[in-house]
Write a protein that binds this ligand. Structure first.
Ligand code: CP
Ligand code: NVA
Length: 296
């Protein structure tokens, strides 16, 4: 039966560990894997812009000997030009996997329901699972372990935060989340985990080994940007906040970043920022995910 990659919730701890193990091998022995997906094609249906997700998937397929087809918002015009069901059933006759970046998480579930090939969530309003996998892998790579490490996520309880919550819970990584009232993570997702919720960012980062943030207004929320800037003003990751964390605390951001909004330029461009290692690991982790889904 085909397997999808839609939410971290569907993964077991063992499956995550296996993906991380393969990721390490792919990073170390790139050439050894350059034919494993020969003849396979990945369709990338994106309803929102992307740098990292699109490019890392396209380059990943290429490095594994396969191909990809990028379908911009108005090419398939999902749900407008044709139903998600018809698009899924048609694409299943051509390609070996579909990565979908969309507004509604339900659209990804609908695509998976009618697709005969694996569907990968390339970001929805609820989750960004490929991002969280790369994030946790990066932390493991930096510290050589996950147990005993504390991550503090400061900012919007959005898609990135939800996937992180689930990934940290599966990997025994301690997570503190700091968000303003009204912008907390989804309560049902929070409840699945043992993460701590704070309404004060300096309390959340106390003792943290890593501080993570994301934009205050996600794609599709542009009209709320001004209201959100006010709501999040005490949740900026800046030098003062970093002082409350552990000495030499690492800094993460899924990118794209808005310098001097959710994070100051000196912090994201500082010596302890690992944002580009994190971005690079999107490529390696997603190659491992593609192999797990397609190699059979
Ligand atoms: N972090 C991330 O998914 O980046 P893109 O939106 O550029 O793909
Ligand atoms: N939360 C952001 C993440 C971008 C990678 C968004 O959804 O726009």
């Amino acid at each position: 039966m085909k397997k999808d990659f839609i939410t971290i919730k569907d993964l077991t701890k063992k499956e995550i560990e296996d993906i991380f193990k393969l990721t390490g091998q792919l990073k170390k022995h790139k050439a050894k894997f350059n034919r494993v997906l020969t003849g396979k094609t990945l369709a990338l249906i994106f309803q929102k812009p992307s740098n990292r997700t699109r490019v890392s998937f396209e380059v990943g397929m290429c490095q594994l000997g396969g191909n990809s087809i990028y379908l911009a918002p108005h090419e398939i015009d999902l749900g407008v030009r044709e139903s998600i069901r018809d698009a899924a059933m048609t694409l299943s006759r051509y390609v070996d996997a579909i990565a979908l970046r969309t507004f509604k998480h339900d659209d990804i579930l609908e695509m998976a329901k009618y697709s005969a090939v694996p569907v990968i969530n390339g970001l929805s309003d609820i989750e960004h699972p490929c991002q969280a996998m790369a994030d946790v892998y990066t932390i493991k790579e930096k510290f050589g372990k996950l147990k005993g490490i504390t991550l503090a996520y400061v900012g919007d309880g959005n898609n990135v935060c939800s996937s992180l919550l689930r990934a940290c819970a599966k990997c025994d990584l301690r997570l503190n989340v700091a968000a303003p009232k009204g912008y907390e993570p989804d309560n049902s997702i929070l409840k699945e985990t043992s993460a701590n919720l704070f309404y004060n960012s300096s309390e959340a980062v106390k003792g943290a080994d890593v501080i993570y943030t994301d934009v205050w207004a996600s794609m599709g929320q542009e009209k709320e940007a001004e209201i959100r800037k006010k709501a999040f003003k005490d949740f900026q990751v800046n030098r003062e906040l970093v002082k409350s964390a552990k000495k030499d605390c690492l800094i993460m951001h899924c990118l794209p970043a808005h310098r001097d909004e959710e994070i100051t330029a000196d912090v994201i461009d500082g010596a302890n920022s690992i944002v580009f290692d994190q971005a690079e690991n999107r490529l390696h982790v997603q190659k491992a995910i593609l192999i797990k889904l397609l190699e059979r």
